[in-house]
Design a protein around this ligand. Structure first.
Ligand code: GLY
Length: 341
């Protein structure tokens, strides 16, 4: 089974299956890029392929590491006829994708996402990149993959906290685009064995694909709706030095806060905010800003957000159950009042 994603230069398939089947779906002359954690979990037939491994963690998603991978590819004799295969979570997809976009001015890329976050979000849509000292993902490219292969059974080895964090992006997909998925998630997904999970992942990928097809280069304010919960979420991650929360946890707090703002602006009812909060909480996710942290601490980072324009804040706000729009003119004072305890 597969889903087709169209982009400016063609299309690619997102296919799903099992770890053991990934190797047989890869093109000839594949070179794997993976991290030190996922390397230990590779099935034998993937272990047999040429491979570059980097140290696991967001700290590796930097220009210098991309340069080292370029040099290693050159030493291996990689050419444009080779395909890079990113096997791992969001960091691997972004970093290996960036290397694929730039090595020899671009070589083919296959994404094999092994975390829930990478399956439902970062592996689809063509964004690749590395972090700079000034902020995350500040150097990058749009480099659509040749294909995405989703091995569902890789989730069985994913740490529980990462599964919960990935569910935050699933909840986000539901609230921005799918009343049906919201209904499904009213019964929480709490482990990788949940039999509903493959179908829920497919629905989330379909939402992501639909949004990026409508606004591939994030110019129309449509792709920006994928950032629901992320303006406050990113600010929270930055202000806590990326040490307190994993991404999905910060997004969960951000979604609830941005829903409160949506309610303050009359776009949704207070009941909808309660529904979203209950859903995040039921998935084991945090929903409140930590004590002692105020909006004033977050505002500088929200303004620095890539979507900010002038003195007003840009935020993707809910317009109901499964509807979201980008607002580019939100007054900081409204955010302040919405977040008052
Ligand atoms: N993760 C947001 C996007 O792909 O646009």
């Amino acid at each position: 089974m597969a889903l087709t994603v169209r982009h400016h230069a063609g299309e690619y398939q997102v296919a799903w299956g099992q770890w053991a089947d990934v190797a047989s779906s890869l093109p000839e002359k594949a070179i794997l890029i993976t991290d030190s954690n996922v390397e230990r979990l590779l099935p034998e037939n993937l272990q047999a392929l040429p491979r570059l491994t980097f140290p696991a963690g967001e700290a590796s998603k930097i220009w210098v590491m991309a340069g080292q991978l370029h040099e290693q590819l050159a030493q291996l004799g990689a050419l444009r006829s080779h395909t890079l295969v990113a096997v791992g979570g969001g960091v691997t997809g972004d970093l290996a994708g960036f290397v694929a976009a730039s090595y020899m001015r671009g070589i083919p890329l296959v994404q094999v996402p092994t975390s829930l976050l990478a399956m439902v979000d970062s592996s689809v849509g063509g964004k690749v990149g590395v972090d700079l000292a000034a902020g995350k993902n500040l150097a990058g490219a749009f480099w659509p993959p040749q294909s995405v292969i989703v091995p569902f059974d890789a989730l069985t080895t994913l740490p529980e906290r990462e599964l919960r964090a990935g569910m935050a992006e699933v909840i986000k997909a539901a609230w921005i685009a799918s009343p049906e998925l919201i209904e499904t998630l009213r019964t929480p997904v709490l482990n990788a064995q949940d039999p509903r999970l493959p179908e829920i992942i497919q629905s989330s990928i379909a939402i992501k694909a639909q949004v990026v097809e409508a606004d591939e280069f994030e110019r129309l304010g449509i792709r920006a709706t994928l950032n629901f919960g992320h303006t406050i979420g990113h600010a929270l991650e930055a202000v806590t030095n990326y040490a307190e929360y994993v991404h999905g946890e910060a997004v969960s707090i951000g979604m609830v806060a941005e829903a409160q703002l949506s309610a303050r602006l009359g776009l949704i009812t207070p009941n909808a905010v309660d529904d979203l909060r209950t859903m995040c909480h039921a998935h084991g996710l945090p929903t409140a800003l930590p004590a002692g942290l105020s909006l004033e601490d977050l505002l500088p980072f929200m303004r620095k957000d890539k979507k900010a324009e002038g003195t007003h804040l840009a935020l993707a706000l809910l317009h109901g159950y499964g509807a979201c729009k980008l607002h580019t003119d939100v007054a900081a004072d409204d955010v302040r009042k919405a977040l008052q305890p």
